[in-house]
Design a protein around this ligand. Structure first.
Ligand code: XMP
Length: 527
């Protein structure tokens, strides 16, 4: 892999994604990883990320100079660039000239590895107080800006490179080219991380893990579980049964959609499991978001267990009917989950990550889980999952779908979840989705949670009467991977139509409000 060493802030995940967009597999490792840890992963290249520290600050993470002796190509970015300069005997100083945001760069592109093929004047995204004032020996300086005499350096012999700016952000016009130049020309990393290669690798891993065992996969209708299921189906075919749990927290039309789009496309074995009574009973009286998630997660597992027992009974019956007497094993040992890489990273990666990620997926796993987890998407970002899904032949309605959380409408009712409140929210949500689709906004918007503030009432007037109804919150967001997001600036007339229709058609709602908070600080969901 290409390892991205995380010096804090949010840059590391973004760099990892950009590297993958350049068709090279990448992983994030914490800055506490030793050179031995790093080399143990046999990296094709290492990228040192930016971070909030000054190299002179007490306790600032340092780079072990041994990394530069290991023969592995390294690219330092921003803080990583300065830490690299300082570790190799260059000078880093507080020049008093800070640069934040768009900055003009003068590049010496001739003969440069990183800047080859780029204009000599370009705009890049900077964010630094300290600056490298003298490059270490053996490096040539290939770019400058007003606040950074040494804005980029390279040593082709040792394959060591560094840039002061952030090539990973879209505001650096030639950023992706800098990363690709480093990977291809500097480090010789091949472009072999593609949807096809991901599928081949995962299919093999799934077969190795599952053998001839039986597997179930909870289908939610969303992209992740659909793609995870399709991978497992490709790997082990009929050993897989998909279970669609109807937990009563679904949006309008969801169950039908799974049957129509997914089963038709894949021919997978599907069991629809009605567990809405159990879910609603488990949620009665619960208002705390974490408790809700845990309760929902527990009920999911109980539903999977019950469905698994039926899968075994069905299989036994089928083999008796066929007179074969052969039935594989008498249990379902594996549960497929659509855990994604950002969840693993957000929870700290490595240690304990599986738990937290599964937690994220189904809202919390009980300790007495009887299944072994199969998580074929654990290494992937959402856009990669979509590419894999398309490559596997899943229909566009599925791979293009907006994210919807596992706990469903249960975490979009602020307050206790009841059947009546679910009906109100379901009706409002259906209107919002219908209007967003009609306005052609589905691909502009990452997702638009519709939230019912069930414990809040406000005064309104409808017809001649005073009302005392609940507010509905619209939370349209734009995002690349849900780790950060901004609220979507969408047309007022679409907002107006949604608002008018919801307040007219959903009796209990007399107010529609728009959430204009980015993430951070607000998460996408309200709970
Ligand atoms: P937040 O609210 O953390 O959401 O900004 C980030 C993305 O994750 C989705 N989400 C979940 N998905 N189970 C899921 O499968 C969950 O428990 C869960 N919580 C949030 C959310 O919809 C957004 O896309």
């Amino acid at each position: 892999p290409v390892l991205v060493v995380d010096y804090g802030a949010q840059y590391a995940q973004l760099i990892a994604r950009r590297v993958r967009e350049a068709d090279a597999y990448s992983e994030v490792v914490p800055s506490t990883a030793s050179v031995t840890d790093i080399l143990a992963k046999d990296p094709a290249a290492v990228i040192l990320s930016g971070g909030p520290s000054s190299v002179y600050a007490d306790g600032a993470p340092q780079v072990d100079p041994a990394l530069f002796e290991a023969g592995v190509p390294v690219l330092g970015i921003c803080y990583g660039f300065q830490a690299m300069a300082s570790a190799l005997g260059g000078t880093v100083a507080q020049t008093g000239l800070r640069e934040y945001g768009g900055t003009q760069l003068r590049a010496s592109t001739d003969g440069s590895t990183l800047l080859d093929g780029q204009p000599a004047e370009q705009s890049v995204w900077m964010s630094h107080g300290d600056a490298v004032t003298a490059a270490p020996e053996g490096f040539s300086v290939v770019a400058q800006s007003a606040g950074a005499e040494v804005a980029a350096f390279e040593d082709d012999e040792r394959r060591l490179y560094g840039v002061q700016w952030h090539p990973e952000v879209a505001h650096s016009s030639f950023g992706q080219q800098v990363l690709e130049n480093f990977l291809r020309r500097g480090a010789g990393v091949p472009a072999d991380w593609t949807a096809g290669s991901i599928i081949d690798e995962q299919v093999e891993l799934i077969r190795a893990q599952v053998g001839s065992g039986r597997v179930i996969c909870g289908l939610s209708g969303g992209v992740d579980s659909a793609v995870a299921a399709a991978l497992v189906q490709k790997a082990v075919g009929d050993q897989l049964t998909c279970v669609f749990v109807d937990h009563g927290l679904l949006r309008a039309g969801e169950a039908e959609q799974v049957e129509r789009d997914y089963v038709a496309a894949t021919g997978v074995n599907l069991k629809v499991w009605d567990a809405s009574e159990a879910f609603l009973a488990a949620l009665a009286g619960v208002t705390d978001p974490e408790t809700k998630r845990k309760a929902i997660g527990r009920e999911f597992i109980r539903a999977f267990e019950a469905a698994a027992r039926e899968v075994i009974e069905d299989a036994a019956e089928a083999s008796t009917a066929a007179g074969s007497g052969a039935d594989g094993d008498g249990e379902v040992r594996f549960l497929v989950q659509g855990t994604l890489y950002p969840d693993v990273v957000e929870s700290g990666g490595g240690e304990g990550a599986a738990n937290i990620k599964s937690h994220h997926n189904v809202g919390g796993l009980p300790d007495d889980l009887q299944f072994e987890l199969v998580e074929p998407l654990r290494a992937l970002f959402k856009d990669e999952v979509r590419a894999v899904g398309a490559e596997l032949g899943l229909p566009a309605e599925i791979v293009g779908r907006q994210p919807f959380p596992g706990p469903g409408l249960g975490i979009r009712i602020i307050g206790e979840v009841t059947r009546e409140r679910l009906e109100v929210l379901r009706a409002a949500d259906a209107i919002a989705r219908e209007e967003l689709t009609a306005a052609g906004l589905d691909s502009t918007i990452w997702q638009c949670p519709v939230v019912l503030l069930a414990d809040v009432r406000s005064v309104g007037v409808q017809g001649d009467g005073r009302t005392y109804g609940h507010p509905i919150v619209l939370r349209p967001v734009s995002s690349e991977d849900a780790m950060t997001a901004d609220w979507t600036r969408m047309p007022y007339d679409v907002l107006a139509r949604i608002s008018t229709r919801i307040t007219n058609e959903v009796a209990e709602v007399n107010r529609v409000v728009l959430d204009v908070t980015s993430k951070p600080p607000g998460t996408i969901e309200w709970e």
